[in-house]
Design a binder for this molecule. Structure first.
Ligand code: FEC
Length: 310
């Protein structure tokens, strides 16, 4: 019999019906319900991308693809890939219970986000570890903490950035800035010595160098609507500043995310594009990895490398 290895893959989660937006939003806010206006605004953003987010469906395809890829790369083991969500069902806690009930004693954990921050990947791991203690198992989960420099991830990102650049007229292409973006976080993470901003920078540099594109920088998007300072510059300010400098074309690669979802389909494709249009900038967004093969191979390789370390 082949050995069964449990993989706890963790994604953000999204509501599956409009009635679920309130409890989902409340969960994101750690139990504090949003103001009616905030709820209304969020529902309006889902409406603008077609009603709800495609995130659950894409996460589902990624999970199936990851399991197939692991089997292809390591045919002598049997992988069972589970999905636990941070903010919606099946919550990480529910999935960890399922793994324990299924008799999984040792597992590998991986988050569907490339860069580590204590406030992003770290909090997924915290949810999983609390659940493991609560249910009394699996005995051990070892985590892939980040995979932002995984060579196949860099290669697949580079290919998607190049495809975006290829949509820009040839005479503008070389001078077109490529902006690599990730979800903003409260600026206080910098004082905590959090590796997130540095990891974003490192992976952006590696992608840009691999395609030989000199004009690149990083930017932040989707900052929370709270009074404390968040990491900047925000992409909307980046667009304004580039327009002021006479830039006519821009590529945005939201590589802190791995799927098409609200933060990409609304914050970049609708909000940022509208501003760019108003300012006369051609904005092209690099495609998301979703269930692309090379990307799944990158995540599978990171998982197998973690398994080898144990
Ligand atoms: O398509 C969808 O339905 C869901 C898309 C979605 C993804 C996502 C990824 C990240 N977030 C991160 C951090 C924060 C912090 C706050 C916060 C708030 C929201 C809200 C929605 C939302 N996030 Fe999210 N995030 C997604 C959706 N996120 C909706 C609430 C409304 C709003 O503020 O826009 C602020 C929490 C607070 O108020 O205290 C912080 C990070 C990621 C990328 C890593 C990952 O995917 O886990 C970091 C997808």
């Amino acid at each position: 019999r082949k050995k069964v290895i449990g993989i706890l893959s963790m994604a953000y989660g999204t509501p599956t019906a409009v009635e679920e937006v309130l409890p989902y939003y409340t969960h994101i806010r750690r139990g504090r319900p949003p103001e009616p206006q905030q709820l209304h605004d969020l529902i309006a953003r889902y409406d603008a991308i077609g009603g709800l987010s495609p995130l659950n469906e894409i996460t589902g395809r990624q999970v199936v693809g990851l399991e197939q890829m692991l089997t292809e790369l390591e045919p002598n083991a049997e992988y069972r890939v589970y999905i636990g969500m941070k903010h919606w069902h099946p919550y990480i806690e529910e999935t960890v219970k399922q793994m324990h009930d299924d008799g999984i004693t040792e597992a590998i954990g991986v988050v569907w986000a490339p860069h580590y921050s204590a406030m992003s990947v770290g909090s997924y791991i915290e949810y999983a570890e609390k659940a493991r203690e609560k249910w009394g198992g699996p005995a051990k989960i070892s985590y892939v903490k980040d995979w932002h420099l995984q060579p196949l991830f860099l290669a697949s990102t580079a290919r998607r950035v190049q495809a975006a650049l290829d949509e820009i007229p040839a005479e503008l292409r070389e001078q077109t800035p490529v902006v690599f973006t990730a979800h903003s976080l409260p600026a206080r993470i910098t004082q905590m010595g959090d590796p997130y901003p540095q990891q974003i920078e490192e992976s952006a540099r590696a992608v840009a160098e691999s395609i030989g594109h000199a004009n690149w920088f990083t930017g932040w998007q989707s900052a929370g609507r709270t009074p404390e300072p968040w990491l900047g510059p925000d992409i909307l300010d980046v667009i304004r500043e580039q327009a002021a400098q006479g830039v006519k074309s821009l590529v945005i690669c939201p590589f802190g995310f791995v799927s098409d979802h609200l933060e990409v389909l609304y914050d970049v494709d609708i909000e940022a594009k509208q501003l760019a249009d108003e300012l006369g900038i051609q904005l092209v967004r690099a495609a998301s990895p979703n269930d692309e093969e090379e990307f799944l191979r990158a995540v599978a390789t990171a998982v197998l490398e973690q398994a080898d370390k144990d």
